[in-house]
Design a binder for this molecule. Structure first.
Ligand SMILES: [Fe+2]
Length: 383
């Protein structure tokens, strides 16, 4: 692919194919998709999901996988009760968990009732099946499969703004929390089907990138903010996410909640670009450097420092991909807000100077992509 920046979504032909899953469920007239009116919602699947939802909605203990520092690593994060004496995680190359290796688990407080546990698997070989099992409140889970891939030619999925709980305004409950519960049940059903559709199109995804706004309730003034664990329960509910890591980006709905930092065990974390939820981070996968920016922090100097530092550390990377929540060239209303306009003018020279090839973003819930740009303008040689 010709060098130059392509914004929002692009295809790096030589090494990867993007699965464009954004907005499979996100857009209808009122930015709300009634799950019961979807193809799947008109079947027994909705009834089954409603029953399943009652079992998982009050339990924030589901596993969250994130990419490790490179393809040889995998990061884990999960909650357990505060009283759980010693949370464990083991990994093996066989489903019977014979000769399993116990990983070091680092545990910190998440709330009065729960703590968060994080671990990293290392030295993973390509094209290999691994199985992991972990304890939830003292009990080992059934082994889950994690299959490493060929890093020379690979596929990843891209989603933006799952924003689980966003349809609360369309619910007819009597209280804010009742609306939150119904909205999360609705949105999680759609989110599950989005992930299923993505995998149906390509069952060999190495990982998924999320351009932010994993959940809805990120504003402290709302009662639902204190109950946003129910939204994470919905976000983490797709079965496939027990076997495919997601590289999340911090959106404006995520940035103020520490719960984000408890649920996602991200590699190479930096203090640069920080908000309450966390800061910038990066990882390598094959010949590509993935740079994840928290653009809720509007300090451009911090992002500049981070991008320069990680590109210097990864000089051998053939491709450089930036993901950030705010859509500097989006086609929706958000792209003209002053903070996004500022990003457009201040960040682009830094991205170009550091030879970033592709920028992926979210925020507007509208799919669009640019031609290859040079100097912030259309590169006519690429038309
Ligand atoms: Fe957003």
């Amino acid at each position: 692919m010709k060098k130059g920046i392509k914004y929002l979504v692009s295809i790096i032909i030589a090494v990867m194919i993007f699965i464009l899953a954004t907005n499979i469920f996100a857009i209808e007239k009122s930015r709300y998709t009634d799950a019961t009116q979807t193809r799947q919602g008109k079947t027994y699947e909705w009834k089954n999901w409603c029953e399943e939802w009652e079992k998982i909605k009050n339990s924030p203990t589901q596993m969250s996988l994130s990419p490790g520092e490179d393809e040889t690593q995998l990061n884990f994060a999960w909650y357990s009760k505060s009283c759980d004496v010693k949370p464990n995680l083991k990994i093996s190359d066989n489903p019977k968990m014979e000769d399993a290796k116990a990983l070091q688990v680092i545990t910190t407080k998440a709330s009065d009732e729960y703590k968060t546990n994080k671990a990293t698997a290392t030295n993973l070989k390509p094209n290999t099946r691994y199985y992991y099992s972990y304890t939830i409140n003292g009990k080992w889970t059934e082994p889950a499969l994690y299959k490493t891939k060929n890093t020379k030619r690979y596929t990843f999925g891209f989603v933006g703004d799952p924003q689980i709980g966003a349809s609360y305004r369309n619910m007819n409950g009597e209280t804010e929390l009742e609306n939150q519960d119904k909205a999360v049940r609705n949105d999680s059903f759609n989110w599950n089907n989005t992930i299923k559709n993505m995998i149906r199109r390509n069952c060999d995804l190495s990982f998924i990138i999320s351009a932010g706004d994993q959940i809805q309730s990120g504003y402290k003034k709302n009662e639902s903010y204190d109950h946003n664990e129910i939204e994470y329960a919905g976000y983490l509910s797709p079965c496939a996410l027990k076997s495919i890591p997601i590289a999340t980006t911090i959106g404006n709905h995520d940035e103020n909640s520490e719960n984000y930092s408890y649920h996602f065990n991200l590699p190479n974390k930096s203090k640069l670009g920080s908000t309450v939820a966390g800061g910038n981070y990066y990882y390598r996968y094959g010949n590509t450097l993935f740079i994840m920016l928290n653009t809720n922090n509007e300090n451009i100097d911090e992002h500049k420092k981070f991008i320069e530092c990680v590109t210097k550390l990864n000089k051998d990377a053939r491709w450089k991909v930036v993901t950030m929540h705010h859509d500097i060239y989006g086609s929706g209303e958000h792209s003209s807000t002053p903070s996004v306009v500022k990003l457009r003018y201040k960040l682009i020279p830094i991205l170009e100077k550091n030879n970033i090839d592709v920028v992926l973003s979210g925020h507007d819930h509208i799919y669009s992509r640019s031609y290859i740009l040079k100097g912030g303008k259309l590169d006519k040689n690429d038309m």
